[in-house]
Design a protein around this ligand. Structure first.
Ligand SMILES: NC(=O)c1ccc[n+]([C@@H]2O[C@H](COP(=O)([O-])OP(=O)(O)OC[C@H]3O[C@@H](n4cnc5c(N)ncnc54)[C@H](OP(=O)(O)O)[C@@H]3O)[C@@H](O)[C@H]2O)c1
Length: 324
């Protein structure tokens, strides 16, 4: 048996309840994990509120966790008992003390990356890697807009794009967050709750606009981000923290020969060679300090509701995890 956070209906943070669940022994190709830290991601809020109806209920939410392999089933060659691993599962189940997972889904963690850092950066860091190396390859001299640049993913994108030689314009929701964004890769920071980010981007770029806009805020910023694009600029809408984006007319793209993508990390990870390349690239960037999670918001396991509420209320700046 293990403690897990179970959700029976969509709703507010109160629907997340600690229960005891059966774990059992690993089957073919599976391992049993004893988890030490769990990543709390904005996706988990979309699931809890019912915006995404992707978790069969009742179910255990959570895409990301870190732990130790406690037992291995038949035909598991990738890991052995005692290995420290990170685990990303689109089929959820991350919010638990212990569980069974397919060995194929595990990332062996280098000794240089502790469990808390791994839980804070595995999903967010792989997302940042996808965004700056695959979705739009950042090269020196590009002008880049990163929304919520003090946030979990935004901070890593700003750091990485800056390291790759881009000029980074970040947005942030408060003075404190603007300071954090300025210390983490942003050459310019716009406080987009009190300042018009479109006007500022036009002024900073001399009216040219940006080559790429990384926008996971969604509803509130999408059209403004489109306006910020230069000719041939690329809109990367990778999330919807403020709500889903309204449909757009194709003719909007024709005005400046723009393109739009809506990437999903798990589609990029589905291909094994690419997944291994992305993980190696992230671990290298973490070990060299190219990306850093900074201060991690660490909550006790049973306080998952408060962790999600704080994220939702924009109180957090950076990664959120649960210590198990
Ligand atoms: N496509 C993918 O595969 C993928 C993978 C991972 C994450 N994501 C997306 O990346 C984004 C960041 O994820 P995260 O877990 O690291 O979260 P996060 O950035 O720590 O939190 C979201 C941030 O969005 C900003 N925001 C703007 N409007 C908001 C609103 N109305 N309500 C709440 N927040 C608002 C806030 O920053 P300010 O206060 O500075 O505005 C907030 O801190 C999410 O949209 C998530 O869905 C996508």
């Amino acid at each position: 048996m293990a403690k897990a956070i179970v959700m029976r209906v969509p709703g507010g943070p109160e629907v997340l309840k600690v229960e005891s669940v059966e774990v059992g022994d690993p089957g073919l190709g599976q391992v049993r994990l004893r988890q030490t830290a769990v990543g709390v991601n904005f996706h988990d809020i979309y699931v809890r509120t019912g915006l995404y109806q992707t978790l069969p209920l009742p179910g255990i939410p959570g895409l990301e966790a870190v732990g130790v392999v406690e037992a291995v089933g038949p035909q598991v060659a990738q890991v052995k008992v005692g290995d420290r691993v990170g685990c990303l599962t689109l089929t959820y189940g991350g919010y638990a003390e212990g569980r069974l997972v397919d060995a194929d889904l595990l990332f062996k963690l280098p000794d240089s990356i502790d469990d808390r850092t791994a839980a804070a950066t595995l999903l967010r860091g792989l997302t940042a890697q996808m965004l700056v190396h695959h979705t739009h390859r950042i090269v020196p001299g590009l002008k880049v807009l990163v929304h919520a640049a003090a946030g979990g993913v935004g901070r890593l994108v700003a750091q990485w794009a800056h390291h790759l030689g881009a000029m980074v314009i970040g947005t942030a929701g408060s003075e404190d967050k603007a300071r954090i964004a300025g210390e983490n890769g942003c050459d310019h920071v716009i406080q987009y709750r009190s300042e018009n980010f479109v006007e500022h981007v036009q002024a900073i770029t001399g009216g040219r606009g940006v080559d790429v806009a990384y926008d996971a805020v969604g509803k509130d910023t999408f059209m403004g981000s489109m306006t910020c694009l230069a000719r041939l600029g690329h809109m990367v809408n990778y999330g919807q923290a403020s709500g889903p984006v309204e449909p757009i007319a194709m003719s909007l793209l024709f005005q400046k020969s723009n393109s739009v993508t809506r990437p999903n990390l798990f589609h990029y990870l589905a291909d094994r060679p690419r997944r291994e390349e992305m993980a190696a690239s992230l671990f290298d960037a973490l070990s060299k300090g190219i990306v850093t999670p900074g201060a991690i918001h660490d909550y006790p396991f049973a306080d998952v509701g408060r962790a999600q509420s704080d994220m939702e209320a924009r109180k957090t700046a950076g990664a959120v995890i649960l210590s198990v």
